[in-house]
Design a protein around this ligand. Structure first.
Ligand SMILES: [Zn+2]
Ligand SMILES: [Zn+2]
Ligand SMILES: [Zn+2]
Ligand SMILES: [Zn+2]
Ligand SMILES: [Zn+2]
Ligand SMILES: [Zn+2]
Length: 399
């Protein structure tokens, strides 16, 4: 039995284990059955972040080797990736998450492309692509985004501006390739801007205050209301006084409207001597020399007439109601003021004054309750007639 047992053991050994002298037997059914006695598992390959540890053990009887993988460490991630730094494994330094910006919208003509996280510029703005150059009326724009690159400058009209005495002359555009006609309407002559600038040491005449115009106001010049100046005096029409000496007194002026009133009215108030209105009862020289009553008397007459509804469009009323060129302070000249208009009629007419009422103009001076003064313009004569006669009216104003 003992020999048999040993024999079997040898046979098993020779059959189940490699033996150069005894190739394994075909029938391994029982012979292959080594009762392995393995060593402890030993590490064959150390574990890494990505590979398991490989262990093996060997049978001390037959030398059989067994291999297995155990565990898995995995990476140990470092700090999270940022725009510029990768996230790496703190063990193996393998890059786990690559650094990278978070791209914003693509760059445009005017806006950079930036990282939405750190705002660093990733792609600079492309800049506009200019279209054709600006013309007088069309801006230069970007062919990509249509932004205006250069505004249209507008036409450069060669207009000659209006002066005190001349209207503007609109000129066409002077830019190359334009020549556009100027659609602006003509600006009328500005008229002198009369005021006193140095009357204390001078003549007391008003001087034009506009730049580049130093004209002194004189007979025949255009007045503030577009009429024609026909008289100047140191008498202040507004206070009714004359003060100071010749070196300190401002001069005041009368201007006549450019045309007669459209109708030839009655004087009005027939049968009434209007209280407060200048009365002349003779035609001596002093009658025609009194200046300064017209403004006051016209208002008194108009106030009197408005109490009677049948008295409309009378001579004084036409003047009070006149509104020309923004001025509404017109009045019916006194006989003396009318006389000055007569004596300067040629100058006034040369300046466009249209003094054509050959048969005369009403004055605001009355003679008595039924008669008022007028002046014919074909000779130097003051006359009075019934207040109900129809005679021309020329409104004047003081300034
Ligand atoms: Zn074995
Ligand atoms: Zn790792
Ligand atoms: Zn970034
Ligand atoms: Zn653009
Ligand atoms: Zn132009
Ligand atoms: Zn002027």
């Amino acid at each position: 039995m003992r020999n048999l047992f040993l024999g079997i053991l040898v046979v098993v050994f020779l059959a189940g284990c490699s033996n150069p002298f005894f190739p394994p037997l075909k029938d391994k059914g029982e012979l292959d059955d080594c009762l392995h006695v393995y060593s402890n598992w030993t590490t064959k390959t150390e574990a890494t972040c990505v590979a398991k540890e490989v262990q093996e053990r060997t049978c001390s009887l037959c030398g059989d080797k067994q291999i297995k993988e155990v565990g898995e460490l995995g990476h140990v991630p470092g700090e999270a990736a940022t725009c510029t730094t990768d996230q790496i494994c703190t063990i193996c330094e393998e890059v786990l998450v690559e650094a990278g910006h978070t791209l914003g919208a693509e760059a445009t003509c005017t806006d950079d492309q930036v990282c939405m996280v750190c705002h660093v510029v990733i792609a600079e703005a492309l800049g506009h692509v200019p279209g054709s150059i600006a013309t007088c009326t069309e801006a230069q724009t970007c062919t990509v985004c249509n932004d205006v690159i250069e505004e249209a400058p507008g036409h450069a009209f060669s207009t000659i501006p209006a002066t005190c005495i001349t209207a503007s002359i609109p000129g066409s555009c002077t830019r190359d390739d334009c020549n556009e006609a100027n659609p602006e309407s003509i600006v009328l002559a500005l008229k002198h801007n009369w005021n006193w600038s140095s009357y204390l040491s001078g003549s007391g005449l008003r001087e034009c205050q506009r730049n580049d115009c130093t004209v002194k106001a004189g007979i025949g010049d255009t007045g503030p209301a577009g009429g024609i100046i026909f008289y100047s005096t140191e008498f202040d029409f507004f206070t009714g006084t004359t003060v100071g000496d010749n070196n300190t007194v401002k001069r005041y002026y009368l201007e006549t409207a450019l045309v007669n009133e459209p109708s030839n009215p009655e004087w009005g108030a027939y049968g009434t001597l209007i209280s407060g209105v200048t009365i002349f009862t003779s035609s001596d020289a002093s009658v025609a020399s009194i200046i300064g009553n017209g403004r006051k008397d016209t208002n008194i007459i108009a106030n009197h007439l408005k109490n009677n509804t049948t008295e409309t469009n009378r001579a004084a009323q036409l003047c009070v109601n006149k509104n020309f060129d923004g001025f509404s302070d017109w009045f019916l000249p006194s006989l003396g003021e009318l006389n000055q208009l007569y004596h300067n009629r040629d100058t006034v007419n040369n300046a466009g004054g249209n003094l054509g009422a050959f048969w005369g103009y009403w004055s605001s001076s009355q003679y008595n309750n039924n008669l008022a003064w007028y002046m014919i313009f074909y000779n130097d004569e003051q006359l009075f007639t019934s207040k109900y006669v129809n005679i021309s009216v020329r409104a004047i104003r003081a300034f």
